[in-house]
Design a protein around this ligand. Sequence first.
Ligand code: NAG
Ligand code: NAG
Ligand code: NAG
Ligand code: NAG
Ligand code: NAG
Ligand code: NAG
Length: 236
Amino acid sequence: MSAVTRALAAAVLLHMALCMDIPAPVHLVLSSQYFVHLLSWEKGPGSPDGVHFSVGIRTLSGTEVVVKECENVTSPLRCNLTEALSDAEETYYVNVSASLGNHTSYSHCSPFQPILNTMMEAPLLSVAVCNRTLCVSLRAPTEKLQDVYNSHRFEYRLVVSSEDGAEFEQKIEGLRTVTLEDLAPGRRYCVNVRIVNRSTPHRDPVCADVPRSTDVSDAVISVVLCCVCVCVCVFF
Ligand SMILES: *[C@@H]1O[C@H](CO)[C@@H](O)[C@H](O)[C@H]1NC(C)=O
Ligand SMILES: *[C@@H]1O[C@H](CO)[C@@H](O)[C@H](O)[C@H]1NC(C)=O
Ligand SMILES: *[C@@H]1O[C@H](CO)[C@@H](O)[C@H](O)[C@H]1NC(C)=O
Ligand SMILES: *[C@@H]1O[C@H](CO)[C@@H](O)[C@H](O)[C@H]1NC(C)=O
Ligand SMILES: *[C@@H]1O[C@H](CO)[C@@H](O)[C@H](O)[C@H]1NC(C)=O
Ligand SMILES: *[C@@H]1O[C@H](CO)[C@@H](O)[C@H](O)[C@H]1NC(C)=O
């Protein structure tokens, strides 16, 4: 190899060493369940030793959100963003940078809006006897999420089934208590709730019995029937 070629090769290597970009992080996953947001990522293939990572967050309006625990991360490559992405309605832009010396490469997550992108569970429901029928109350799975579940974004649908297999649905806006109309006295009903347009993990329905009718007219009828029975028994 001539001196010229060697010098050229050396120059190319030097140039590569100085200007080589370090590989950007890969497999960014922002998993979000019930408003707990966890970000994880992996080193880009061929990352040199000593690379460290930082998570950058910006809101739609351009405000930066700093997460101290997620600066200069070396391992494990994850970051809990639950507090950082705490505004359910905000849109967040999240990136992860890989740095070594003064080289930095970035990867981005898709824009993230907690209220749309988190996995939600259905509201909790309780079923109680009220006014001789059943009343259903909804509440958020945790106190903190009360406002979120009450927001105009969600519509809930009760699915009410009776033991004879009949089923009907009733719409609810917000976390409210509703009275179920037209239930048959003495029958058992089971109620479940789902969030319209969202899939939620399965939960068992909550069941309750509608009280037997105790109207005066019913009581009279019972007494009369009883008398008839007694008479029938006595005379035959
Ligand atoms: C890296 O930073 C140092 C000083 O901070 C500077 O002298 C050097 O030129 C930089 N290298 C590159 C490739 O930017
Ligand atoms: C990554 O996020 C930080 C913080 O919001 C921001 O300053 C930086 O410009 C972003 N980098 C890229 C390449 O988007
Ligand atoms: C992360 O590293 C940079 C450069 O080494 C340093 O300036 C910065 O203070 C570090 N941040 C934290 C939170 O340790
Ligand atoms: C993430 O942070 C939230 C709130 O700070 C906490 O409830 C949750 O348990 C944390 N999860 C993990 C995996 O660290
Ligand atoms: C029961 O019915 C009465 C009169 O119809 C009504 O004022 C009351 O609010 C009802 N209670 C419940 C819990 O629905
Ligand atoms: C559910 O989705 C349908 C069709 O995309 C839409 O028209 C409707 O407004 C949505 N309802 C709610 C409560 O999100």
